[in-house]
Design a protein around this ligand. Structure first.
Ligand SMILES: [Zn+2]
Length: 88
């Protein structure tokens, strides 16, 4: 089985590429299969999705507001990532 904490670590490096649609088909399937079994990584996906939508909303608007929203969400994502291995 590839579902393990080690997989989580590898997946996190790929999540952003996955969300950007930059992964090859095989890797995309592996990511999606892991997400089905891992609530923790699903939470990260939803976080990155919010970051992306925040960025999208910020396009064409004031750059400062966009950066503040991004900073807030990135801190949230870092908290999630930083808790890896320390909880549960
Ligand atoms: Zn995971």
């Amino acid at each position: 089985m590839f579902v393990s904490r080690r997989t989580c670590h590898r997946l996190k490096r790929r999540l952003q590429h996955y969300l950007d649609g930059e992964l090859d088909k095989t890797t995309t399937v592996l990511v999606e299969q892991h997400l089905e079994t891992c609530p923790k990584c699903r939470l990260e996906v939803s976080t990155y999705t919010r970051i992306k939508s925040a960025l999208a909303r910020g396009v064409g608007n004031d750059g400062t507001a966009r950066d503040e929203a991004l900073d807030h969400l990135m801190r949230f994502a870092e908290r999630l990532t930083g808790s890896e291995g320390q909880t549960l």
